[in-house]
Design a protein around this ligand. Structure first.
Ligand code: KIV
Length: 262
């Protein structure tokens, strides 16, 4: 059965510790099919695709048009998982109308079921509240928020100071109040993630946030060992980059030596 927003909430609210939520990213039909067939509960078309598959240094250059192309491709590959998409930088921040228009286009044109946006400050909370009022499910994202990389001074761990930790907890609570159905906690101390997870009635999904979250997310290129670089908290479960290079090298050698085609 296809995973729904209600199902994700129920896994936490009916206290099913045996079901930690799994979320993996995808950027095209093939990666969408792979993570869906692997049984991920949620497939995220994350704006990390700007760095992982488009080669930018940050997520900031990604446009709504780029995202629509990728989300539509992933949609064609995902049959069972809940499909969530990131709102790209500067595609929703300038007004509530813009946020509704952008999120609405992603639901209407790409067929995704929910959107994710970064930050838990007042402006972000207002946007979440308005989207939810219009029936658009929203996933929150606090801690390291890559769209604010210039403000944060790099892709650094957040919430290490007492004040920083308090602020992230308050943001997560404000987002829950505004109606998010789950929240990503990125690159924060494990004990802070545990405190937030206990304080909220919605599921937390951690990345670089330790073992106490209700679920975990990783960037699929890192999981597959395809990325040229990966963050310290990521884990590669395969080494496809070197296998792919080797396969391509063998093709070149066999063509040059006349072995292929036979
Ligand atoms: O863009 C992304 O891939 C993300 C995950 C790291 C949560 O936001």
């Amino acid at each position: 059965m296809a995973v729904s927003v209600q199902q994700i909430l129920q896994w936490k609210q009916t206290h099913q510790p045996s079901h930690p939520i799994t979320m993996l990213t995808a950027w095209d039909v093939m990666s969408g099919q792979i993570v869906d067939q692997a049984g991920a509960d949620i497939v995220l078309v994350g704006d990390s695709l700007a760095m992982v598959t488009l080669g930018y240094d940050t997520t900031l250059p990604l446009t709504l048009d780029d995202m629509l192309i990728c989300a539509k491709a992933v949609r064609r590959g995902v049959k069972s998982a809940l499909l969530v998409v990131d709102l790209p930088f500067l595609s929703y921040q300038t007004s509530l109308e813009e946020a509704i228009h952008t999120a609405g286009r992603l639901l209407k044109e790409a067929g995704v079921q929910a959107v994710k946006l970064e930050g838990g400050h007042q402006a972000a909370v207002e946007i979440v509240s308005r989207l939810v009022q219009w029936g658009i499910p929203v996933m929150g994202h606090v801690g390291l928020t890559p769209q604010s990389v210039n403000q944060l001074g790099g892709f650094r761990k957040q919430g290490k100071s007492h004040a920083g930790a308090e602020q992230i907890l308050a943001e997560a609570q404000a987002l829950e109040q505004a109606g998010v159905f789950s929240i990503v906690l990125e690159h924060i101390p494990a004990d802070l993630a545990g405190t937030i997870t206990k304080a909220l009635g919605i599921p937390t999904i951690g990345i670089g946030a330790g073992i106490h979250c209700d679920g975990q997310v990783l960037v699929t290129a890192d999981v597959l060992g395809l990325s040229a670089w990966q963050p310290p908290f990521a884990k590669a479960y395969a080494n496809l980059r070197s296998q792919a290079i080797e396969a391509a090298q063998r093709f070149c050698e066999e063509v040059r030596s006349g072995q292929y085609p036979a």
